[in-house]
Design a protein around this ligand. Sequence first.
Ligand SMILES: Nc1ncnc2c1ncn2[C@@H]1O[C@H](COP(=O)(O)OP(=O)(O)OP(=O)(O)O)[C@@H](O)[C@H]1O
Ligand SMILES: O=C(O)C1=C[C@@H](O)[C@@H](O)[C@H](O)C1
Ligand SMILES: [Mg+2]
Length: 178
Amino acid sequence: MPGMKLPGNFFLVGLMGAGKTTVGRTLARATDKTFYDSDHEITARSGARIPMIFELEGEEGFRKREAAMIAELSALQGIVLATGGGAVLNPDNRDCLRRNGFVIYLRASVDDLFARTSHDKNRPLLQTENPRQKLQELFEVRDPIYRELADLVIDTSSQTVQSLTQRLLRELEKKLNA
Ligand SMILES: Nc1ncnc2c1ncn2[C@@H]1O[C@H](COP(=O)(O)OP(=O)(O)OP(=O)(O)O)[C@@H](O)[C@H]1O
Ligand SMILES: O=C(O)C1=C[C@@H](O)[C@@H](O)[C@H](O)C1
Ligand SMILES: [Mg+2]
């Protein structure tokens, strides 16, 4: 199915470690779209990594940069956008995503999320004594928000990135042709 022509933009949402960046890249390649990652764009433009932005400007400062980035990127055409895990907390961001593309929620269990994030220090919200519990709390708050926003929910448990991408392509084709 590589090179499949699907219309519009795809926006990936989900918690830290859900695979938005990883799956987003392969999905973009398979659909001939341009890949963007809001976290990477914020880092590239500010010249500061995310933990540094949190340190200097607090989470509030980061969220302002994130909202500006989501507004700008979601207005583009023919893209796959991996959003930051917390982007959906802002109703303006949710509106931008809803209006400008097809929203995919990559859903994963807290155990999987923990396993996929535990070796990476680049996520300031998980630099706590008990990152697993933090992920559990974030899951409880955000899972209903991701579900409400999403046009498609994909369960990522026990699935490789390749098989997930193939499944996504099949589901997208079905939905978009329905
Ligand atoms: N389906 C999967 N199976 C196994 N490992 C995966 C899967 N999806 C992603 N990973 C791995 O989990 C880690 C986190 O993935 P990724 O960075 O894509 O998550 P993310 O959703 O973009 O997180 P963040 O919101 O923090 O940016 C990476 O090391 C990636 O290779
Ligand atoms: O879940 C979150 O709130 C975050 C997720 C990451 O993608 C980054 O956007 C940042 O670390 C915050
Ligand atoms: Mg990411």
